[in-house]
Design a protein around this ligand. Sequence first.
Ligand code: NAD
Length: 357
Amino acid sequence: MQQSVFEHMQQMGHEQLVFCHDPYSGLNAIIAIHNTTLGPALGGTRLWNYNSHEEAVIDSLRLSRGMTYKAAISGLNLGGGKAVIIGNAADIKSEGLWRRYGKFVNSLNGKYITAEDVNTSARDMEYISLETDFVTGVPEYMGGSGDPSPFTAYGVFMGMKASAKKMWGSDNLSGKKVLVQGVGHVGQYLVGHLVEEGAKVYISDINETKIKETLEKYRAVEVVGGSKIFDMEMDIYAPCALGATVNSESISKMKCAIIAGAANNQLADETVHGPMLIEKGILYAPDFLINAGGLVNVSAELEGYNRERVMSNVEKIYERTLEIYATSEKEKVHTQLAAMHMAEKRIQAIASVKSRL
Ligand code: NAD
């Protein structure tokens, strides 16, 4: 790591970074709290086999910052936080680990509220909830909202349709070639919406089981090998795996009109790749804007869950995406920056409300 942890925190504007270690359960976790101006920091817990501890720290910092923007732009009274647990999901998951982690979450007294993310499930949240109330995304049979992925996928679908409207004048995706990279929780639901709309769907995943599952549900989809995805012509690229897939190398190859997907932090470096996409004429739907459906869903648990209200809030992603495209043109900034400005404006406005009697 070239910069120190504190330099990273300062650069990205973080409030707090908490390290959790438990030798008995093998837990090594990092909870990153970016900004709590709007409310407690809500964000999922990612379980990932990071190559290094530095990589895990950076991921927690980047992801939690994204959550601040996501909550702010979605009109939620929540701050941004995220946690990562270092390890191999197939080996380390246990009741003891989740309950110990629940205790760590509890020790922050509600400043951080957790939920699911990559490799963590509603069942895992159930164990965490035995040790803390500061957890969302618990199963429906426990009064929670369950898996947030269908809501995330629906929001991404809304953002994708709004992007089509902007690019082609119609939001109908029928006949459009869409590549969904990563057919996990969110990706599979997204494929469902696209197939229903009549899009020509291509899928790619490193996990053969996920490919098989998707093919069994949706026979018309075609599989593309991971190394070939940017060689093919497509209308829409939907990154639904991990972040940073939109980078200098991939952009130079891309033959698509729109990028709209669920993955967090899709742009490897927003200051470089946001403008690069504009130059190439590719419309980029800001990730934290269109993948907010899951956050909207879990946050509803905090105020009394109502599915209809959640769906109507997730649908708003359509109008908000069009608004961002209009602002991006007006302010002559790339779409990610336009979305960040909108989120920052709300945070500043509420901070000023809160600072006065
Ligand atoms: P998931 O783990 O269920 O699915 C991810 C899928 O991507 C897996 O099937 C995995 O095998 C595949 N994958 C990993 N690397 C790949 C690669 N290089 N090429 C192709 N496929 C690859 O995760 P998910 O819950 O579906 O989330 C997907 C993305 O969306 C993540 O970045 C997550 O942070 C983001 N996200 C998820 C939610 C949610 O509600 N689950 C909400 C907001 C954002």
